[in-house]
Design a protein around this ligand. Structure first.
Ligand code: SD4
Length: 305
């Protein structure tokens, strides 16, 4: 049995990522293998405009991907602004396991991926290209609070699926923690912009002694606050995962009260005892939890700050 094993992921499409991760965890696999499997599932999802091969491009029409992976023992790897490689999380894992480095960016990251046998594939979908042409008519960079919820609700009434950055955290049957984060970043960003997702401590942080945290939303706020590290450190000081996430949101607001009214920031945390908590600046954030129980389920999280 998988014992206390569990996996949590950001947003409602996290249900699918969790199912992929559970295929590994439920069979006694490691937390690290599980989060990679979950992130790969999201990267292959053809209807998520914020992750992987269906992502929206930057201002110049170029799709650039950011990803990170971290093991609770402190090993970590990341890639940023990677182009034309379908599974950035696996390249991040290769950076962690096969180089003396933690992070590779841009052309260098792609060169390394190709050397490792990853294939170069054009990833921009027709839908993403159309969305970019549409955006260019006004060319205004104004991230919405919960971008995809608005968009998808309009196109498919009654359907409330969110699609956004995937942050995934797992605890395996041996009590090891791991996490991964993968994204195409903020749509219509400047070419070369890197968000929080590939930055260890900002979009993801994991420490077997304490717990793990990941983030979604406008990454500049996470970087400014070293936010995922902050959540883990607050848990180290004794906060529950939920209280740690709430206090980190308070920090974001205190630093930029005006901007906070217009930006979404969401944290998700899992401690070494398997307790889960989340908090978001604005309504609309959900996460998915799979613990091998009755089935995958979503937990709706109330916002507030
Ligand atoms: C970023 N945090 O690149 C990511 C974007 C995100 O939902 O979470 N989008 O800033």
């Amino acid at each position: 049995g998988a014992g206390a094993a569990r996996v949590v992921s950001t947003w409602d499409f996290g249900v699918g990522a969790n199912a992929a991760a559970w295929g590994v965890l439920g069979a006694g696999g490691t937390a690290l293998e599980a989060v990679e499997a979950g992130a790969r599932w999201a990267e292959a999802d053809l209807c998520n405009p914020t992750v992987g091969r269906c992502g929206n491009p930057d201002r110049d029409g170029v799709l650039t991907l950011d990803a990170s992976i971290m093991d609770g023992d402190g090993r970590c790897g990341a890639v940023a602004a990677l182009e034309d490689i379908a599974h950035p999380v696996s390249v991040a894992r290769a950076v962690m396991e096969k180089t003396p480095h933690v992070m590779l960016v841009g052309d260098g990251a792609q060169q390394f991926a190709l050397e490792q046998g990853f294939e170069k594939t054009p990833l921009l979908t027709d839908g993403a290209r159309e969305a970019w042409h549409e955006w260019r008519r006004e060319s205004r960079y104004e991230p919405k609070i919960n971008v995809e919820r608005d968009r998808i609700q309009r196109s498919r009434p009654g359907d409330s699926h969110d699609h956004d950055t995937l942050g995934i955290l797992a605890l395996d049957a041996q009590g090891r923690l791991a996490g991964a984060c993968t994204t195409s970043g903020m749509a219509w960003k400047l070419h070369g912009r890197v968000g929080d997702s590939p930055i260890v401590g900002a979009g993801l942080y994991v420490d077997n002694e304490v717990g793990a945290a990941t983030a979604s939303g406008v990454g500049e706020e996470m970087i400014r606050n070293a936010a995922s590290f902050l959540v883990v450190e607050l848990m180290r000081q004794g906060r529950s995962p939920m209280d740690a996430c709430r206090e980190a949101i308070d920090r974001v607001v205190r630093k930029r009260p005006e901007a906070s009214r217009r930006l979404q920031v969401c944290f998700l945390a899992l401690n070494r005892d398997g307790e889960v908590g989340a908090f978001a600046l604005h309504e609309g954030f959900v996460y998915a939890l799979h613990d091998g129980g009755a089935g995958p389920h979503e937990r709706l999280h109330d916002a507030g700050a």
